[in-house]
Design a protein around this ligand. Structure first.
Ligand code: ZN
Length: 311
């Protein structure tokens, strides 16, 4: 499954839990449902429905229609394996429109900000908008998150709201659609957190840290070593081990000669073994460094075993 699909699954689960446990206020629930309808391709007296690749989102739309109208909408699977839900009855469409303050005769589809009561509502609106109109690229490849909307007026309204939330959305027209996008990792992280996708946000941060470090190291190692990825992975594993020791027992628990090397390693992910050896207060050879790093890894592994046996 794609990263986008995973984020949506997290949001659907988050929303269900927050609603069932009573953590989500009624105003925010209403706003989330509103966004689920509003940001779909069709939301008018003439046509209303949702198309999604995510089963959980289709389920949510279906139950929202049922709650509001007492009727089950038509639900089908497209040839492409997507889910399509259609509100076929014009009376039902009209009932849903008026529930959210629309007459059905609007020329432009606009955001009814009157529904939003608090900051929670704003987050709920972003969440609903992302579920129906959003995608996010796998952070391994790129930092990119976007909302694709069919009308410009609605797109601008969402843009305003995102700006009010302290984000800096960008706008582009693509194949007749109106697209709001974010390209910097901070905005993507912030928005994920705002919407309630905390795990995905953390995952993105972790990937970013790993990528930044790998790039920095590779830039240097490319000049020196064709096996840069392997060298980097070793450095990365060492740093992880050192961080683990620090977290569990503190670096003070290490003998002085290991402690000094551990600090040097963490501060200089891009150093080769030779450079590490040269920069110690009492310089040692490449193989000496290798030997000490092995010892550090052993300490970390022992700590992990102890932790494991605790549980
Ligand atoms: Zn609210």
């Amino acid at each position: 499954m794609s990263f986008s699909h995973d984020v949506k699954s997290e949001l659907v689960a988050y929303s269900a839990e927050a609603r069932e446990s009573g953590q989500m206020k009624p105003c925010c629930m209403q706003t989330e449902t509103y966004a689920l309808f509003l940001f779909c391709r069709s939301f008018s007296a003439k046509e209303m429905g949702l198309k999604t690749e995510h089963k959980g989102i289709a389920d949510r739309y279906v139950s929202a229609v049922r709650e509001m109208t007492g009727h089950k909408p038509k639900r089908e699977k497209t040839a492409g394996g997507k889910y399509r839900v259609i509100v076929e009855d014009p009376v039902d469409r009209q009932a849903i429109l008026s529930e959210f303050g629309y007459s059905g005769n609007e020329v432009n589809r606009r955001l009814n900000t009157g529904i939003l009561q608090d900051e929670g509502c704003r987050s709920a609106l972003f969440r609903g908008a992302f579920l129906t109109a959003g995608t996010i690229t796998d952070p391994e490849k790129d930092y990119h998150m976007e909302f694709v909307l069919s009308t410009k007026s609605l797109c601008m309204d969402l843009c305003d709201l995102l700006t009010e939330a302290g984000l800096s959305p960008k706008y582009v027209q693509r194949n007749g659609a109106h697209v709001i996008y974010f390209k910097d990792s901070e905005s993507v992280e912030d928005l994920l957190t705002l919407m309630g996708a905390t795990s995905s946000s953390l995952e993105l941060m972790g990937t970013k840290m790993y990528k930044d470090m790998r790039n920095r190291v590779n830039r240097r190692l490319n000049f020196e070593n064709a096996n840069s990825t392997r060298t980097f992975d070793a450095a990365y594993r060492q740093i992880k081990a050192i961080e683990y020791i620090e977290q569990k027992r503190g670096l003070e628990s290490l003998p002085p000669e290991l402690r000094e090397l551990a600090k040097l390693r963490v501060e200089n992910a891009d150093y080769s073994l030779k450079e590490l050896g040269e920069n110690l207060s009492e310089p040692i050879s490449r193989s000496g460094v290798n030997h000490r790093l092995q010892k550090i890894m052993e300490v970390a592994n022992d700590l992990k075993l102890i932790e494991k046996n605790k549980h």
